[in-house]
Design a protein around this ligand. Structure first.
Ligand code: GLY
Ligand code: MN
Length: 460
């Protein structure tokens, strides 16, 4: 948790933004509740709602809070523990001291929230965010039947959380340092004959020992052409490419998200190296273009062009590069976007709406394969934290679909592409902060990324 002044300042700014947007009434925040896995006393691992963490800091279940846009009044709704709770959970600080720790002067029992709202709303607007958990969806239906999340509040929150404060950048650097450590263990654990799950266990131990855990379910697979492959049952075999896409969530709940791709044998084959080099060049190229004033949509498209240039040199595609970009040919090889926002969530704030988070008001999301999956397209400004994650995948079902639908025949060498049906996929991802003059990669070390660096690291 940060100092209480941080939360006081953020809530004050939020109220100012709501007033500037011509809004009045109340803002209601609902923190998460425990989520039972099988029965009420055996729950999934506790994780607080991220917007709650951002404004109210308190990392505990069953809390809510109300802010008055009109008067600035703030009330925390939470319960003091009773003897039963103390028996099972030990003594807990009082709600009074918790409220004080985040600069809130008034508090009421959680159970009074519904009655309080009934008494005080009286036709005034109540602004709330889209709930990220089903429990809160139900809670909001009970508290404010028929009401919809407030777009004004969503926009105000996004405008704040998108621009990371210095203390957040520090927290993100620390999460990335842990991510670096976790990935290094993963790379050093690759050996013939072990089950992928064993590597996952070793690497996730770092996330648990030094942070809150992983920031999303680890992707570790020799079938990287399946973009989010969460199966870890395969035995490590020689000659394969292993995609490891994983991140740590720090104890402060800030995420990291790195991807590296390793030749399981320690050395790339010629064919693997050629494709790997293109992805590596694309990662570096995207970073070189990333700076304030440029849209990430432009960076995505320029990187797609670079990728097609590399694939063209290998004879996998041919033709005018700009035409290929316009026709979406890059999507056949990279059916995802170049990156996303990152912060308290690995895909930051996507619970608030992907387009509101990742697109400026004058941008519309494309429908094209690849570009259509771009989660962050905005014009970059200092304080944005984004991922740079190009990839090339050979997805036989997708290639066959393109062929069947007669797509890309002017550009794609389908005959040559058949030689890549068992290739797999490659993705290389770094986390990037936009600075006033350009950009910098987060974390104090960069994971080996050139083919030479990767082979050297694996030889150790
Ligand atoms: N690293 C997983 C993702 O970005 O979707
Ligand atoms: Mn990512």
């Amino acid at each position: 948790m940060f100092a209480k002044e941080v939360y006081v300042r953020r809530r004050k700014t939020l109220i100012e933004k709501m007033r500037e947007a011509g809004q009045s009434g109340l803002v209601l925040f609902i923190g998460n509740a425990e989520a039972p896995a099988q029965y009420k006393d055996n729950c999934y691992k506790w994780r607080q709602d991220s917007s709650w963490l951002y404004y109210w800091g308190l990392d505990e279940p069953l809390m809510a809070a109300v802010l008055s846009i009109d008067s600035g009044e703030e009330i925390l709704f939470a319960d003091d523990v009773e003897i039963d709770d103390i028996i099972w959970m030990g003594p807990q600080p009082s709600v009074e001291s918790k409220a004080q720790s985040v600069g809130v002067s008034r508090h009421r029992p959680y159970g009074e929230l519904a009655g309080w709202l009934q008494e005080r709303v009286k036709g005034r607007p109540v602004h709330f965010l889209p709930p990220s958990r089903y429990f809160n969806t139900l809670k909001l239906q009970q508290l404010l039947p028929g009401e919809k999340p407030s777009e004004a509040l969503i926009k105000a929150v996004i405008s704040m959380r998108l621009i990371k404060e210095d203390i957040e950048v520090e927290a993100l650097d620390a999460a990335c340092d842990l991510g670096y450590e976790m990935h290094s263990v993963a790379r050093d654990s690759i050996q013939m004959g072990i089950v992928e799950q064993e590597i996952v266990g070793k690497m996730e131990a770092i996330a648990l020992a030094k942070g809150w855990g992983v920031s999303f379910p680890t992707i570790l697979t020799q079938h990287g052409e399946t973009l989010h492959n969460h199966g870890h049952a395969a035995v490590v075999e020689p000659g394969k490419l292993m995609v490891i896409d994983a991140g740590v969530e720090s104890n402060e709940h800030y995420a990291s998200d790195f991807t590296r791709t390793y030749p399981t044998s320690g050395k790339f084959t010629q064919k693997q190296r050629e494709i790997y080099q293109i992805v590596c060049d694309c990662n570096n190229y995207a970073f070189s273009l990333t700076k304030p004033g440029v849209t990430y949509r432009e960076v995505h498209l320029a990187t797609a062009r670079k990728m097609l240039e590399g694939l063209s040199a290998l004879g996998l595609v041919k033709g005018d590069l700009d035409e290929m970009v316009a026709k979406g040919i890059a999507g056949l090889f990279q059916p995802h976007g170049l990156g996303h926002n990152m912060g308290l969530d690995v895909h930051d704030m996507e619970d608030l709406g992907e387009n509101l988070v990742g697109y400026d008001p004058d941008q519309t999301r494309a429908k094209q394969l690849g570009l259509g999956s771009l989660r962050m397209a905005r014009c970059l400004v200092p304080g944005h934290v984004i991922t740079d994650e190009p990839g090339i995948y050979f997805i036989p079902a997708l290639i066959e679909k393109f062929k069947k639908e007669g797509l890309g025949y002017d550009f794609v060498n389908y005959t040559k592409l058949e030689q890549y049906y068992d290739f797999g996929g490659i993705r290389l991802e770094d986390d990037v902060l936009i600075t006033p003059t350009g950009a910098r990669r987060l974390g104090h070390h960069r994971l080996p990324i050139t083919p030479e660096e990767v082979e050297a690291a694996m030889a150790k």
